[in-house]
Design a protein around this ligand. Structure first.
Ligand SMILES: Cc1cc2nc3c(=O)[nH]c(=O)nc-3n(C[C@H](O)[C@H](O)[C@H](O)COP(=O)(O)O)c2cc1C
Length: 193
């Protein structure tokens, strides 16, 4: 195992892509906590990994955004079934720097950009027509001009405190390696399956 879990993640991710067995290795479950002690979880797509952390994009007024504001502690799970691999991350989440959000928004298709304006993610809506009307309205509003990034949309970065790599092995004697952050460096321990 690499001394740095981000490098280890990159190696596992590259192998998952190369295997062509995982339909979307960027899919990860992000779990969050609410002020009343209850929890929630949802799938999002990993957009970038740096030495700082794991990035995805979302709506800053969604249900998850309210969770993150109240409690920055999150947990993440990647499950790559065909490879018998799981990667678990615990850490703290914060809005990504505006530069990341702007660059990623600009790389999206125009339709996806308009969709970000049209969707008040996690709000109750009466029917599908409400979405279509919202899309028509923003399409008209930004006709013949670039679509700016909505203020309610952008990236999040999860800064890891712990990362565990799990690899299926015979007789259920699986391998588990838990990295824990200690200051600026990491320790790595093997856990019993
Ligand atoms: C495969 C898949 C990928 C998704 N990717 C994202 C994503 O990158 N960002 C996002 O905000 N929601 C994404 N979603 C939708 C979320 O799972 C969720 O429904 C939405 O973000 C609202 O969650 P919330 O109400 O907890 O805020 C994805 C869903 C699926 C099934």
């Amino acid at each position: 195992m690499n001394a740095n879990p981000i490098q280890e993640f990159r190696a596992w991710y590259a192998a998952a892509v190369d295997s062509k067995k995982i339909m979307d290795p960027t899919a990860m479950v992000v779990a969050s906590g609410k002020p009343d002690g209850s929890v929630d979880a949802r799938v999002v797509l990993l957009k970038q990994v740096t030495d700082v952390g794991f990035y995805f994009v979302s709506n800053y007024q969604s249900s998850k955004a309210r969770d993150f504001e109240a409690n920055a502690h999150v947990a993440v799970v990647f499950h790559w079934d065909a490879l018998e691999q799981q990667i678990r991350i615990r850490g703290r989440i914060a809005k990504a720097e505006a530069e990341f959000s702007d660059n990623y928004f600009q790389s999206r298709s125009r339709d996806s950009q308009l969709g970000a304006w049209a969707s008040a993610q996690s709000q109750v809506i009466p029917d599908r027509d409400a979405l279509s009307h919202a899309l028509t309205e923003v399409r008209d509003r930004f006709e013949y001009q670039p679509v700016p990034r909505p203020p309610h949309w952008g990236g999040y970065c999860i800064q890891p405190d712990a990362i565990e790599f799990w690899l299926g092995q015979p007789h259920r004697l699986h391998d588990r390696f838990l990295y824990s952050r200690v200051g600026d460096s990491w320790t790595c321990a093997r856990l019993s399956p």
